[in-house]
Design a protein around this ligand. Structure first.
Ligand code: CP3
Length: 356
């Protein structure tokens, strides 16, 4: 039997409907800044074992909700599960970034990639979604997510993290047809992955285009935006996802907000380098906006955190359609008590803003 949501602020804000206060969740809300996450990770043995064991993934997903009055849960997983399921061999070296044993480099590598079977190698993700929905008992909605085709391609071609992902950029310049072939396979994979998460119980979907902002304006449209648009179109064409809100987050690509809104997504995530008032005017109420406190503010004192949170909310103003978040993931050095300060201030000031 479907749960009745006890707190639907986040979904209402995504539909740009009025809410009693501003909803908030935090990118990477389950993670290393929480001692209980580090304990779960130690019990699991590794990050991948944690992500691939639904009971551990469920535990990590719920941990931040036990501490803070967050308005959404996000599936505990990673964006790199798709390339891993494609056979690239993902690992996380101790405390380091991701590594692929078999990066994608040649035409043959790209031709050999197929959309993974969602009931096969990625079944653990859907099992985690089902378990989390059961354990949430309708407390807050569950967000499913994927990396964007561009951002997944960045890691797949580089084989690891990078400052500039120049290996994929070089492929785009030297062999655009191959780059497009790779991105098309990824767009079909991302759509199938998000649809499977929705079928398993995800109630909103987010696409992390962490590295879209590395591209100039024309390449952004050609290699990043175009494939996110393909994903959104596929979601609109599927019965499981037609009515589910999708949020697109292209870090560093605030100048493209209006074009991102044209995809038909419900919301846009913004980093802290953009002004919410300006973007709100540019998208003219067509989408909800999510963001955008500088994550480094979380290292400052509680008074500064409260003041900066209010400044973000003032820049959006008393209009429906704002979901408070950081402009990027919370970092491992943040004091968990500071997150409580932030969440409580957003809810309190959200009520003040609405005059209630
Ligand atoms: O937000 C959440 O709480 C849900 C879980 C989540 C993780 N990764 C868990 C994770 C989400 C939504 C992601 C997305 C992700 N993963 C992105 C896009 C968002 C962003 O931050 O830009 C990217 C680029 C990745 C790839 C990735 N995964 C990197 C670069 C790293 C290592 C560096 C880092 O930040 O730790 C990871 C590992 C990872 N994914 C951890 C967590 C909690 C840390 C692993 C550990 O426990 O050591």
């Amino acid at each position: 039997m479907p749960d009745v949501l006890k707190n639907d602020r986040f979904l209402r804000a995504l539909r740009r409907e009025p809410t009693d206060t501003t909803p908030i969740w935090v990118m990477r809300q389950a993670g290393r800044y929480l001692p209980e996450y580090r304990a779960t990770r130690a019990r699991a043995g590794s990050f991948m074992a944690l992500a691939q064991t639904p009971e551990f993934a469920c535990e990590a997903t719920l941990q931040p909700l036990e501490r803070f009055e967050l308005d959404a849960a996000i599936l505990f997983s990673d964006i790199l599960t798709i390339p891993d399921a494609m056979g690239l061999g993902l690992s996380f070296a101790n405390g380091e970034g991701p590594q692929f044993a078999h990066p994608v480099r040649s035409a043959a590598d790209i031709a050999g990639l197929a959309v993974p079977d969602m009931d096969g190698k990625l079944r653990y993700v859907m099992d985690a979604v089902r378990l989390i929905r059961r354990e949430l008992h309708g407390r807050v909605p569950l967000i499913g997510f994927s990396g964007s085709p561009w951002t997944l391609a960045c890691y797949m071609v580089e084989g690891q993290g990078s400052r500039d992902f120049a290996t994929l950029k070089a492929l785009c310049w030297n062999a655009p047809k191959l780059a497009h072939q790779l991105l098309d396979t990824l767009a079909r994979s991302v759509a199938a992955y998000l649809i499977a998460q929705a079928a398993a119980g995800a109630q909103a979907l987010m696409v992390f285009d962490t590295w879209g902002g590395l591209l100039g304006p024309a390449p952004f449209r050609e290699f990043s935006l175009r494939y996110m648009a393909q994903v959104v179109a596929a979601l609109k064409a599927n019965a499981h996802t037609r009515d589910l809100p999708a949020i697109l987050f292209s870090k560093g690509a605030g100048q493209h907000a209006a074009t991102l809104a044209d995809t038909g997504c419900a919301g846009i995530g913004l980093d802290w380098t953009t002004d919410l008032a300006e973007i709100r005017a540019a998208v003219a109420g067509r989408v909800a906006l999510q963001g955008n406190l500088d994550p480094a503010v979380m290292l400052a004192s509680p008074d500064v955190i409260r003041r900066e949170a209010r400044a973000v909310m003032d820049s959006y103003g008393n209009h429906p359609g704002h979901i408070f978040n950081l402009g990027h993931g919370i970092t491992p050095d943040v004091d968990p008590d500071h997150v409580k300060v932030l969440v409580d201030e957003v809810h309190a000031y959200g009520r003040t803003l609405r005059g209630s």
